[in-house]
Structure formats: C-alpha cells, structure tokens
Design a protein around this ligand. Structure first.
Ligand code: OOG
Ligand code: MG
Length: 269
C-alpha cells in the first residue's frame, strides 16, 4: 500500500461518491480545456475534503500512466494571496506530464487561461518526515517557472475550490540545480516576458524565508498521509503575482545568484 492509497478510503463528511463525482468534474475540465463554475458543493467544506478531491483528481492522472514527481506549495507570498483573494498556504501534486524542459516550448493547446509565475525549486535528497531539517533533506535548489491554469471560470475560486483543483497546477520548468547557498532569503526574483521585467519580488516574500515552504509542505502533506520522496521536486510558491501567458512569447524567471530558466510559449494554440 502506498501513502496515496491510504487516502482513497478516507472518511469525509461528504462521502467518497461525492468526492469522486467532483474529481471527475475537475479532471474533465483539465482534459477538455474547458472552464467550470466554482464547486458550490465545497462551500464551507472541511479542508480535508478538498484535499481528498485533489487526491482523487491526481489519482485519475496516475491511472492514465502519469507518475508523481513532487509537490508544490502555493499562496505562500502576500503578492499571490492578494492576487487570488485567498489567504492560506496550500499544496498540490506535480506529475511527470506537467514537466516542461528548461528552454523548451510550452504547448497552449488544451489550456484554459494559462499564467506563469517565478518560483524557487528544491530537490528532495531523501524521504522526509515532519520535523526533518531543511538542510538534511534538500540537496539542491534551482530557479523555476510554474504554469498555472485554474479550471475555474475567471481564475476565481475559494480556498477549498483551489485545493480540490490541485492548486491550479498545469506545468513546471526547472533551471540548473545547484547546492543550496547559505543565504537563500532576500534574493531578488524577476519574471520577464520577451526580456522585459513584468513582475519583481524577493525570496523573503515566501513565508518570510523560502525554507519554510519545505517545513509547511512536509507538515501539510503528512496530514494527507503523503511524504516527500527522494528525488522529488518541491516548488516553494511564487514570490510575485502570476502573469497571463501569450502565444509566441518567451517567459523567463531570474533568481539572483541561482540563475534563470526560460521557456518559449507555443506560437499558436
Ligand atoms: C493557485 C496556485 C498558487 C503559487 O505559487 O502561489 C501557486 C493559483 O494562483 O491559481 O501556485
Ligand atoms: Mg506556484
């Protein structure tokens, strides 16, 4: 039995059949590239129910042969919380199908209203349990870009909505891994489109210290019976607001001292 299997039988107030029904609605929206209305069924639902829907959504991807490659934290900076109107950190799951090669091309086909944001990525060196120290587990860091594409119309959602929707996860590109530098807080972060800065921030905006994103990911994932695994990636959450993605542009994330990663956006969808 894997950690994820343990979640499948989770008892929730709304019940397993309802969780499966909502997961199918969200998975269909992602597969068809068609926005849906917010899920009123999740209004006031326990956060655990929303994570149970997320688990069921991702289970559908795994059933199609995808493999988990890591986790992402979201809404870890004031810039993102303000942009999205949701004020609690959340986490989601990444799969190999979401991976975009650095310097690669982002396909737009099947997207709803894609946005990109600059991220810091951590590489997990060994399986982690709550209480493990960042320095003992994270063996490398890299600049990263995240592609988010909420399945909800207008990119508008409540906290349970966005959790159920796997925190809008759609893709990620990782730059060159390097050893974690002593000073990782307060590094400048810039999002560029065609060479022009469109968003700027600092890694200190991520929970005051991006290493806290690791602590939170380990703690919150454990609540769902999930552990960070050796070889996985962890996205710490964007330090700036996200920007809509336009066909034919080049998007680049620059993190001071860590370097940069860029992707070309497909010329037409
Ligand atoms: C939710 C995902 C947030 C981040 O880095 O803050 C996120 C969204 O903004 O749609 O990935
Ligand atoms: Mg993000």
């Amino acid at each position: 039995m894997t950690d994820d299997d343990r979640n499948t039988g989770m008892t929730t107030t709304s019940g397993g059949a309802e969780i499966d029904r909502l997961a199918t609605i969200l998975d269909d929206a992602a597969t068809n590239g068609a926005a849906i209305e917010q899920l009123s069924e999740l209004d006031g639902a326990p956060i655990a129910d929303a994570y149970a829907v997320q688990q069921a959504v991702v289970q559908r991807r795994l059933g199609r042969g995808e493999r988990l490659t890591g986790l992402k934290m979201g809404l870890t900076s004031a810039a993102k919380m303000t942009q999205m109107g949701v004020d609690a950190p959340i986490w989601g799951r990444l799969t190999d199908a979401m991976s975009i090669t650095g310097d690669g091309t982002v396909p737009l086909t099947g997207r709803i209203h894609p946005r990109m944001e600059p991220e810091v990525a951590f590489r997990i060196g060994r399986d982690a349990v709550p209480g493990d120290a960042f320095a003992d587990v994270v063996d490398a860091v890299a600049p990263a870009l995240e592609l988010i594409d909420s399945r909800y119309a207008g990119f508008r959602f409540t906290l349970p909505d966005v959790i159920a929707d796997n925190t809008s996860a759609a893709g990620y590109a990782i730059g060159r891994w390097r050893p974690v530098p002593a000073g990782i807080t307060g590094l400048g972060v810039t999002l560029e489109v065609d060479g022009a800065p469109v968003q700027t921030g600092t890694t200190a905006a991520i929970l005051g210290d991006p290493r806290r994103a690791f602590d939170e990911a380990v703690r919150l994932a454990a609540d769902s019976g999930l552990r960070l695994r050796a070889g996985w990636v962890l996205l710490a959450g964007a330090a700036t607001a996200a920007e809509p993605v336009h066909a034919g542009t080049r998007v680049r994330a620059v993190v001071d001292t860590l370097g940069a990663v860029s992707v070309a956006v497909e010329a037409h969808s």
